[in-house]
Design a protein around this ligand. Structure first.
Ligand SMILES: Cc1cc2nc3c(=O)[nH]c(=O)nc-3n(C[C@H](O)[C@H](O)[C@H](O)COP(=O)(O)OP(=O)(O)OC[C@H]3O[C@@H](n4cnc5c(N)ncnc54)[C@H](O)[C@@H]3O)c2cc1C
Length: 401
């Protein structure tokens, strides 16, 4: 049976996140955005208190033990207020925690997942490098084995939470010969702590969106990582990086859906107030068209991420469905944000109204976790039969009540 209704628990979560974000975040977001301020104390502490940082991590590992649809609901509500909040969920709760849950050793879960799920430590994901984004096999970071440690050298760029996270899931070549051949089975994954000697980070100084969020680079100069920090087996890093994206993209899709709703609600409010030619602009068909498009994009995006969450709950592979949800919702969010500015006229071109911030924020998601073009190619390849998903050694655990 397909059931589109939310459970009492899911509804309660949605309401709690909505109320918290409206009360604690919305009154300060304009100022934080303008000041490029990541308000760690208020936001991370508040999210931890709500249990969001370990929302879909089972209680035995310090999490709230909620299902994956709840993760999506939280992301939708958070991005309704500001993308920077949802980005925390994407990298910490999605890309990092769910990868450790699925691929990490028991020791890694105890040392890293438990404090992360409880919000005591923030976590990030380091794949992109100055010379390699979409082309992840093009990374240059190396991990050379020395006794019971790996020595990591390289630079990661455009990393969310680079200057504030405590732990990072980092991808590096551990097999030099395979690196030369670009054979991804030579890439391994590691947990790297900010406190490890040789680790340094800095901000992306000229960034123009998600300004209340932290984005930066980090460098690893002879960083010694104990072998027990390798996640999965040697050579499984690329698979883990792609697995992580299945979880991150889900949060990006649900978040972008919240952004479309925010654009729709702001546009409805403004269109009913603003008078032109003797009537509220809401009366004009071309304005209605933009609002109708936002509504259709909102509803379609929501259905797509709900389906992906439903597959995750059931333990069914969902790379294809999650990718489609991410691609559709992010492209739709760009359309919605652009039209929200149009509905607001010149006022939309000013930061006095939130829609300019929505416009700056939405674009990142059309680029990260697979660009619009990469997702387009992936979906075409599925339909053409050029691509299919093979089972991986570790899968996301299905939701157990
Ligand atoms: C705000 C923000 C936060 C981010 N956070 C993180 C993070 O936490 N961790 C992390 O690892 N990374 C992060 N990233 C990086 C992001 O994942 C990369 O920017 C993304 O993968 C694209 O890579 P690129 O920027 O190198 O673009 P490129 O890969 O250089 O692409 C440039 C253009 O070429 C197109 N293109 C590339 N290859 C093809 C192809 N084969 N066919 C057709 N078109 C193609 C792309 O679609 C794009 O339009 C973040 C980025 C941003 C903007």
């Amino acid at each position: 049976m397909i059931d589109f209704s939310l459970s009492d628990e899911q509804r309660l979560l949605e309401q709690s996140v909505r109320e918290w974000a409206a009360r604690e975040v919305a009154p300060h977001i304009h100022e934080n955005d303008r000041a490029h301020r990541f308000d760690r104390e208020r936001i991370v502490a508040g999210m931890a208190k709500l249990g969001l940082l370990g929302i879909s991590v089972p209680a035995e590992y310090g999490g709230a033990g909620m299902d994956y649809i709840s993760l999506g609901l939280a992301c939708e509500e958070l991005e309704y207020v500001d993308t920077s909040l949802r980005v925390i969920m994407s990298v910490h709760a999605g890309l990092n925690c769910l990868s450790l849950l699925s691929w990490g050793s028991e020791d890694q879960k105890q040392r890293y997942l438990v404090p992360q799920a409880q919000g005591e430590r923030l976590a990030g994901y380091g794949l992109t490098e100055p010379a390699a984004g979409s082309d992840a096999r093009g990374i240059q970071t190396t991990a050379v084995r020395r006794g019971d440690r790996y020595v990591l050298n390289g630079e990661k760029t455009w990393i969310s939470l680079a200057n504030v996270a405590d732990n990072f899931l980092v991808f590096a070549w551990s097999d030099e010969a395979k690196k030369k051949e670009r054979d991804p089975s030579g890439i391994s994954a590691f947990v790297v702590e900010r406190g490890f000697k040789g680790f340094s980070s800095g901000p992306m100084k000229e960034k123009w969106g998600i300004l209340a969020g932290d984005t930066g680079f980090f460098k690893m100069d002879d960083v010694e990582v104990p072998e027990e920090n390798m996640v999965g087996r040697p050579g499984e890093g690329f698979k883990i990086a792609m697995f992580a994206l299945d979880q991150g993209r889900f949060t990006v899709a649900s978040g972008a859906t919240g952004l479309i709703r925010a654009c729709r609600d702001a546009s409805v409010r403004y269109a009913k107030e603003r008078q032109a030619f003797g009537a509220a602009i809401a009366q004009y068909q071309l304005v209605k068209e933009m609002i109708a498009q936002m509504e259709s994009d909102y509803q379609a995006s929501r259905l797509l991420w709900l389906r992906a969450g439903w597959l995750k709950n059931g333990g069914v592979r969902n790379t294809r469905e999650t990718g489609l949800a991410k691609w559709f919702a992010t492209v739709a969010s760009e359309r919605a944000a652009s039209d929200a500015i149009q509905v607001h006229g010149a006022n939309g071109y000013s930061d006095e109204y939130p829609v300019g911030r929505f416009f700056r924020n939405c674009k990142g998601a059309v680029i990260y976790e697979g660009t619009r073009e990469i997702h387009k190619l992936m979906q075409a390849d599925y339909v053409l039969g050029f691509r299919s998903d093979r089972p991986t050694r570790c899968e996301l655990p299905p939701y157990r009540q």
